[in-house]
Design a protein around this ligand. Structure first.
Ligand code: ADP
Ligand code: MG
Length: 628
């Protein structure tokens, strides 16, 4: 709730609306106890007094009634009727919409056609017709205004409900034995309330105006009682001679409607989760780069080399150091495994390479990524675009989220090809089918016409791999491509990647949290913890004799076949939060070998043998045969 008001207050105009509306509301509430003249007592000897005369601050009207008093009482009435109409329309409209959306089918059809019929009449004409049928009077005006607004709410809420009623959590509620009413009240309603409030905030002002309009025509409040509309109506004949009698209620209507609408805009902005999270602000085309230190030089023969890469997330005043100086290199045809717990910064490292980390909030604050000797960090967007997918391609974890649901996979593959190559549609299509064959999708010609939802998880992942291969890249970065798959499919995908690597000489960066996968596929492995590499070297050597305590503990968590009974030692504690990293070694708080020296200063990634490096002041000794 406090967050809601904080958000509301950020919108200056909404704050003004809130304050004005608050003042008007308070005035309307305390009107009965204010020392005001009776609003209905006429005194024709005092008619048409100018404002600011003795005893009548805002003057008097054509019957000598005190305008200030009538204004406040009228405001009270107008607000009450307008808000009541909004609440009634919202409640009935939402109820109709929820029922139609929830039950669907024939119920939906019957209800919505009825609503459409109401909507087919012009708005104000319908209200007039209702009042004509019921007879003039404020209560009937209220009913008319509420009735003409019900379709608006019903349509809106039905649309939202249809989307929610087919979600899994509703199915789950149904399976758990909940009745329809309970599902509607506990599962659906909480999800549509923000929409109802938003719709209300945008229509209250409109309904106050409509009520005033009906009263102005003499169909609403009846004399001597007056609301703002009927005050305007009565003053109309004296508009030229005594304009103040019209100006006073007119200005009040203007103030109220303006304030309500400004406030409504603010409420909508604060309640709509998409507006709130800033998701509507599109991320930049490439990650923001703000490097402070010197840019590291390209050094060796590696195809892709990360040097001291630092990526942070700047969220308000907090800084999340997701990647804190990562060094990695991959040679042509090599497969490098990047392994670490969830949240250790593997994905952010991978995305930083091609500037794919969303900015805001992502910022690359240091280091370099050399591809064939050229630095990709801060490269021009056109250059990055040429490389993306063409030379360095990604395979992501969840292909359902990365494939477009409305295009067939063949079309999507063809698009990936025509993006980078000037080939005809037919040729791209033929290549797409070949790609599907090369990732061992059976019956590729037919499958190219399938949509993503028609494929199994394993097949979708193969399509993801095919898409990564589409332009014959030099490097493939695979971010946990098999985590969502079962072990048999996983094994197939891994052997497929391995074959492709040997056939095409691909370099692969394979991100995973699974040592089994690393053992199967990778030549070298880098272990990541809290945004830094803690150990790196040839896969066999590290798997057989890990030197960093963290790598050793991770390995101890992996069960092995034929080893007999053994207790699997979980690592106690949790990884540190990356916005609050400890000094020294980030693993020290969980390490049973930690010494005071571990908790101060920078600990370097030092060579522990010719080909191995470890970031620890007291690593496990490496036996001769595991030196690499
Ligand atoms: P993983 O190793 O599981 O792939 P990630 O690279 O996705 O981990 O995340 C690394 C760290 O960066 C995590 O601690 C995560 O909380 C943080 N992080 C990722 N995205 C954001 C973001 N948009 N804002 C703030 N922190 C983020
Ligand atoms: Mg990840």
């Amino acid at each position: 709730m406090r967050a809601f008001f904080a958000l509301l207050a950020r919108n200056r105009l909404a704050l003004v609306g809130l304050i004005v509306m608050g003042c008007v509301m308070i005035l309307a509430l305390i009107t009965p106890i204010l020392p005001l003249a009776d609003p209905d007592v006429t005194d024709t000897s005092q008619r048409f007094q100018r404002p600011f005369t003795e005893g009548a601050l805002l003057g008097t009207d054509h019957l000598g009634r005190d305008l200030l008093s009538r204004l406040l009482w009228g405001t009270r009435l107008s607000l009450a009727v307008g808000i009541a109409a909004a609440v009634i329309a919202a409640t009935l409209g939402a109820a109709i919409g929820i029922v139609a959306g929830f039950y669907g089918g024939r119920t939906d059809n019957v209800i919505m056609r009825g609503v459409d019929m109401l909507m087919a009449f012009p708005y104000i004409l319908l209200a007039l017709a209702i009042v004509a049928a019921l007879g003039p009077g404020l209560m009937n005006a209220l009913i008319a205004v509420a009735a003409v607004n019900i379709p608006f709410f019903a349509r809106n809420i039905r649309g939202v409900t249809v989307g929610i009623a087919n979600k899994e959590f509703v199915d789950a509620a149904r399976l758990s034995g909940m009745g329809d009413l309970r599902i509607i009240l506990t599962e659906i309603l909480p999800n549509v309330i923000p929409v109802i409030v938003i719709a209300m905030s945008t229509t209250v002002g409109w309904m106050i105006l409509e009520t005033a309009g009906l009263s102005f025509l003499g169909l609403g409040s009846q004399p001597p009682k007056a609301d703002l509309g009927s005050m305007l109506g009565e003053a109309r004949s004296a508009l030229i001679t005594n304009p103040h009698t019209s100006v006073v209620p007119g200005v009040m209507i203007l103030i109220i409607v303006m304030a309500v609408n400004l406030l409504g805009d603010g409420v909508r902005e604060a309640l709509d989760p998409r507006l709130r999270s800033g998701a509507l602000t599109r991320p930049m085309a490439a990650t923001l780069v703000r490097r402070k230190g010197p840019v590291p030089e390209a050094s060796d023969d590696a195809l892709l080399a990360l040097r001291g890469l630092e990526t942070q997330f700047h969220v308000k005043s907090r800084i999340y150091r997701a990647v804190g100086g990562v060094d990695l290199q991959v040679r042509p045809g090599e497969c490098l495994g990047l392994i670490g717990e969830s949240g250790s910064g593997k994905s952010v490292t991978a995305l930083s390479i091609m500037g794919l980390v969303a900015s805001p909030p992502g910022v690359i604050t240091g280091g370099a990524v050399h591809y064939k000797g050229r630095d990709l960090i801060g490269a021009r967007y056109e250059d990055l675009r040429r490389l993306r997918g063409n030379e360095i391609a990604y395979i992501f974890q969840d292909p359902l989220a990365t494939l477009h649901p409305l295009y067939s996979v063949g079309d999507q593959l063809a698009e990936a090809i025509t993006c980078h190559h000037n080939v005809s549609k037919a040729e791209a299509r033929a290549r797409a089918v070949n790609l599907l064959k090369s990732v061992r999708i059976p019956n590729a010609e037919d499958r190219a016409n399938s949509y993503p939802h028609e494929l199994s998880g394993g097949m979708r992942q193969r399509v993801g791999i095919a898409m990564a291969l589409a332009n014959d890249p030099e490097v493939i970065i695979a971010d946990e491509p098999t985590t969502a798959l079962d072990v048999t499919v996983q094994a197939q995908i891994l052997s497929l990647l391995d074959d492709l690597r040997r056939e095409r000489g691909l370099a692969i960066v394979f991100i995973t949290h699974d040592f089994g996968v690393v053992a199967q596929l990778c030549d070298r492995v880098a272990v990541m913890y809290a945004g830094r590499i803690v150990e790196e070297g040839p896969t066999d050597a590290i798997l057989n004799a890990p030197a960093h305590p963290y790598a050793a503990r991770l390995m101890a968590c992996v069960p092995e076949l034929g080893e007999g009974r053994r207790e699997l030692a979980a690592i106690p504690g949790l990884p540190p939060a990356v916005n609050d990293l400890p000094d020294g070694c980030a693993f020290a708080p969980r390490c049973d070998k930690a010494q005071p020296a571990c908790r101060t200063g920078e600990i370097a990634l030092a060579r522990s043998s010719d080909v191995r490096r470890v970031r620890c002041i007291d690593p496990e000794p490496i036996p001769e045969e595991a030196a690499g």
